[in-house]
Design a protein around this ligand. Structure first.
Ligand code: SF4
Length: 448
């Protein structure tokens, strides 16, 4: 069969290509290919799309990251009182229409797959499907991803007008459901260890790729009160030979790739992490860890292996300066852990610019002082910060707390839970003014 697999636009007020690749969709596309199907992959967020380049050249910032092309669009009614511009991020509408027209004319498409990751990005999925339906009115459409898994009922109701089949679940489950509906054989998936046996080849991209994203593990052994990862996945990791062969394949096809980002939630937690880091050092690329790594695991030996392997971006999960919050949210880190990690990294030769820490902003139990203290603490340690605004996610303790205390309704539209919009309407956490002050404080502090 011929499948069209589509990474949808983002509709939001802020988005940035911070090594963003649709890993779930890419895995599904690779598996469909392994099953003998033909896949056309359309990534509406590809900043290097060949048709987009004729229209506008992308400006890369550091290590292949950069701004998406954007167009201001009309807000959905539910956001009409939020005083922020609403934009479509990704390939312009006109270019997207041409691309879809070409796909339609060149081959018969039998089914369409779409994936939505962040829950409040479902609107981008909806607008993408609205457009695709004009070209493929009768084909089955399938929607998978984190949003469908966390909000299956909302997804069913929202997407039913475009006759979309929602596929909740992780791993192979959504694909197996789709194959069943299409009456296609799925027997070869019975004993298929998809994570171990599937390489992300990036062969679906015919454009330049400034970087690739991989994952070496899925899930996490911690259980933080605001995080949905442990609810979705059992911690598992790929073997080192599989990871190394995957990288070898990518670099043999694309020797120009200079940057590889690992999007693991718990990159350092595997037992054989020392061997993995040693093996990674054989490739002449730069590595990045955009998700927060566990500070407690950053020993002197790990730090020096990270340095030797040529890691250039180290982000530590810190979140809060307050011991009570650290303890109540899952105890993944203490202030001492952060200090030790930073000292070890610096002793191994990492610069101040290469190390930063995530600080959570606007947790229900957090006050402004906690965030300021966390900023000051990181500043004194001589590392950068990433302020990460809290989003309530169903299935987490924080979400349950907000529902049971009637701060939010359990059936709230996920668009309202976008961390950018929360402070404009919610009566928990920090106000929009306080958040602005904190960001201004951090900006001024780090200017010096
Ligand atoms: S350590 Fe990170 S990935 Fe693991 S549960 Fe906590 S926030 Fe989630």
């Amino acid at each position: 069969m011929n499948f069209l697999v589509v990474n949808p636009w983002i509709y939001d007020s802020a988005a940035y290509d911070f090594w963003l690749k649709p890993l779930g969709l890419l895995y599904n596309a690779e598996i469909l290919k392994l099953l003998g199907h033909h896949v056309v992959f359309l990534d509406l967020l590809n900043r290097y799309d060949t048709d987009l380049l004729k229209f506008k050249s992308p400006k890369d910032k550091k290590y292949g990251t950069g701004k998406f092309y954007t167009e201001v669009v009309e807000k959905p009614a539910i956001l009409k009182n939020i005083p922020r511009e609403f934009k479509r991020y990704g390939i312009p509408l006109k270019v997207a229409k041409n691309k879809i027209e070409v796909i339609k004319n060149e081959q018969k498409i039998d089914a369409v797959f779409i994936g939505v990751t962040l829950t409040y990005w479902y609107y981008g999925g909806l607008k993408t499907i609205e457009l695709l339906r004009e070209y493929f009115p009768t084909q089955p459409f399938f929607l998978g991803g984190i949003y469908s898994t966390i909000y299956p009922q909302h997804a069913d109701e929202t997407f039913s007008k475009y006759d979309v089949i929602v596929l909740p679940g992780t791993g192979l489950n959504p694909l197996i459901q789709a194959l069943q509906i299409l009456d296609l054989s799925k027997s070869s998936l019975n004993s298929f260890d998809w994570f171990e046996e599937t390489d992300l080849t990036y062969d679906f991209y015919d454009s330049v790729l400034p970087y690739v994203v991989l994952i070496t593990s899925i899930g996490c052994v911690f259980n933080c009160s605001y995080c949905v990862t442990p609810k979705m996945w059992q911690f598992q990791f790929r073997t080192i030979p599989a990871i190394i062969n995957n990288i070898k394949y990518i670099l043999s096809k694309r020797p120009d790739i200079k940057d590889i980002a690992f999007f693991d939630d718990a990159f350092l937690l595997r037992k054989d992490i020392h061997e993995l880091l040693k093996s990674l050092s054989f490739f002449k690329v730069r590595y990045h860890l955009p998700n927060g790594i566990h500070a407690r695991m950053v020993t002197p030996e790990i730090s020096s292996l990270l340095k030797t392997a040529n890691f250039k971006t180290i982000k530590l999960g810190y979140e809060s300066h307050d011991f009570k919050i650290q303890k109540n949210t899952g105890f993944k880190v203490t202030n001492t852990d952060l200090v030790n990690a930073v000292n070890n990294l610096k002793s191994a030769g990492f610069t101040n610019e290469e190390i930063s820490a995530y600080i959570l902003l606007n947790l229900p139990e957090q006050d402004k002082e906690d965030v300021i203290e966390a900023i000051d603490f990181c500043y004194e340690l001589g590392i950068g910060i990433n302020l990460n605004e809290f989003t309530p996610i169903p299935g987490t303790q924080e979400f349950d707390y907000l529902v049971s205390n009637k701060f939010i309704d359990k059936d709230i539209d996920p668009l309202l839970l976008n961390n950018t919009y929360l402070p404009y309407w919610s009566n928990f956490g920090l106000s929009e003014g306080e958040i602005r002050e904190i960001k201004q404080y951090a900006r001024l502090k780090y200017q010096h």
